[in-house]
Design a protein around this ligand. Sequence first.
Ligand code: NAP
Length: 256
Amino acid sequence: MSEFQERFSLEGKRVLLTGASKGIGAAIADVLADAGADLILSARDEGQLLETAKVVEAKGRTAHIVSADLTTAAGARELGKQALEIYDAIDILVNCAGVARVAPFEELTQEMWDQTMAVNLTAPFALTQEIVPSMIKQGKGKIVNIASQTGVIGADDHAAYAASKGGLISLTRVLAGELGPHNIQVNSVCPTVILTPMGEKVWGPPEKGDPMKAKIPLGRFGQPVEVADLVLYLASSASDFMSGGTVMLDGGYTAL
Ligand code: NAP
């Protein structure tokens, strides 16, 4: 392996990935396994997780499935505990699970707000808190939080979603400060619309999608693998001097 390949290699790294059943999470599992990682895959849908596990195993890597409902902090903490029963320590935590409940502000219900905050913000907080001690103990770790473009700019109908992702970006920054002395890098990835089941649901109708696409200088939505490639960089030693980042992956949308 060349020096360059070594920096990007995840050979033997132990990953805990939420949101692994479909969309961006499934693509992340695929790419990280390709780079040599073994993974604990989590989501609610075990059938879909099995499909992701098959992809990981086809790369010659190990996949463990732990189903968890991240609507409660207890569910997130239990996932963390189970992960640390599988591996003594987690090298890379990717908080990818998320929900997008969109509605005009006046129609946004308390239930939509609460669920969004629970899955998108409280669960990453609780899960990260469970996993970090094992990273501190081994003197290194990588945490990648999948936030969103809407965490840094507004978007109509996205009050709960944008607030949750903005919170995740702030959590990332605070953790970069507190965990940096332990050699743990923490970064947020902020994609624009990515063509996944969630992306299709929210932006699929042309009357919504086309005006959005027109605001993206590159003129298209993103693909899950394009998010996964960035996660690989942030999970690898190639990014060892990068922490607290809010990395835009938006085809140029927020540059203007
Ligand atoms: P997706 O296709 O809808 O997948 C969402 C993932 O989150 C699934 O694996 C789902 O698994 C999991 N999940 C949802 N609710 C959960 C719960 N209560 N407990 C445990 N797992 C739960 O969405 P995606 O587009 O891949 O999104 C992945 C991440 O990227 C999210 O954080 C999203 O906010 C972010 N993002 C997406 C876009 C986009 O345009 N697609 C843009 C920016 C950011 P189960 O249903 O099996 O539980």
